[in-house]
Design a protein around this ligand. Structure first.
Ligand code: 9MR
Length: 341
């Protein structure tokens, strides 16, 4: 008989039982809000700073490291026995102006990036157990994106495909040999040209001994249409390489009308998308974490990003009440992992 949702205590407890990390992105400024903090600590066993460990927060200028916001997240997590995922050391977007407009040479950029990775990882060593080392480096065709770090002007490995990515994984491993190192990507969750390119890259890295331990599948679902069999197949091929998969940024945004109202049945359809994704992860032993990109509709990047056209993407509503999506996740966690076959 299926276990009943009535008696489950929290996502966290059921995830612990299922041997899964259940995490969410957090913003330190919200940790002082009682409902935010208590829901977070009760429901999740892992956190990831949504922005607090990015260049634009950590690096006010070329010589300063400001760890205050990151440390705040670490303190909260430690006082509630939660794991901490770090995000992200290398990303071609959202870098501070002093960096993007500094006219640095490749050699200077290489030094800056090496120093950044080393200082940040050493600062959080023993606290952050896994890092998104590189975020969103590939385009929709699977080509390496033009970026500051690759070829504009890059760190000295431009036109060498994934060589700059390999280089930063090597630096990261040296900085904190105990940290799990992830490549994190958007829109490569199912089977497509981008996910094929991710697969080819990490397979090559594994075969040549480049230190990489996992792939983060972001899983921002914009159209209530996640292809669960494809996602499961992609997770299966990645984990077959001996890599972990983390679902890193799950949210399922819904269209809202001009008065902010949802269309009928969309909360139920949203719940089924959440259910399918949790099922796909639980069905694969190498998929060890599921993380949502925020947890309450009160705070989510979707609203401003879509200029109000979409929203309500997360498992808790604006008043921290669980939505059908929450119940679907809980039910799947209660069902647990499928027996290995
Ligand atoms: O949700 C994040 C938002 O608060 C930031 O302004 C933005 C830029 O740093 O990044 C958002 O998070 C992104 C994540 O870091 C990488 N994947 C896509 C996420 C949504 O844009």
């Amino acid at each position: 008989m299926m276990a009943s949702v009535c008696c489950a205590q929290s996502l966290r407890q059921e995830a612990d039982n299922a041997g899964l990390l259940i995490g969410t992105a957090v913003r330190p400024s919200q940790l002082s809000e009682a409902a935010y903090a208590s829901t977070l600590a009760h429901e999740f066993n892992m956190v990831e700073p949504e922005d607090a460990m990015k260049w634009w927060v950590l690096r006010p200028d070329a010589t300063t490291f400001d760890f205050r916001q990151g440390d705040e997240v670490v303190r909260f997590a430690q006082s509630h026995q939660m794991k901490i995922r770090g995000h992200c050391l290398v990303w071609g977007r959202y870098n501070p102006d002093w960096l993007t407009q500094g006219h640095f040479t490749t050699q200077q950029l290489s030094q800056l990036l090496h120093e950044h990775i080393t200082r940040v990882m050493k600062h959080f060593a023993g606290q952050v157990f896994a890092w998104d080392v590189v975020n969103e480096a590939l385009d929709e065709n699977g080509n390496v994106r033009d970026s500051l770090w690759y070829n504009q002007p890059g760190i000295g490995l431009s036109e060498n495909g994934t060589a700059y990515i390999e280089q930063v994984f090597r630096w990261a491993h040296k900085a904190d040999p105990r940290a799990l190192l992830f490549y994190n990507e958007a829109e490569g969750e199912g089977l497509n040209r981008k996910s094929d390119a991710i697969y080819a890259m990490v397979k090559d890295f594994k075969h040549r001994g480049v230190p990489i331990h996992g792939v983060g599948l972001q899983m921002h679902v914009p159209n209530l249409d996640a292809n669960v069999p494809e996602i499961a197949a992609n997770i299966a091929r990645l984990t077959a390489l001996g890599l972990r998969v983390h679902i890193t940024e799950l949210d399922v945004s819904l269209p809202v009308d001009s008065s902010g109202r949802l269309f009928p049945d969309d909360l139920t359809r949203q719940a089924e998308v959440y259910r399918g994704i949790v099922w796909a992860c639980l069905n694969s032993p190498g998929c060890t974490a599921i993380q949502t990109w925020g947890f309450t509709d009160k705070y989510s990047w979707i609203g401003s990003h879509s200029r109000g056209a979409r929203g309500q993407a997360l498992p808790f509503d604006r008043a921290y009440q669980p939505k059908p999506a929450y119940r679907a996740v809980l039910e799947e966690l209660l069902a647990g992992r499928l027996p290995a076959h």
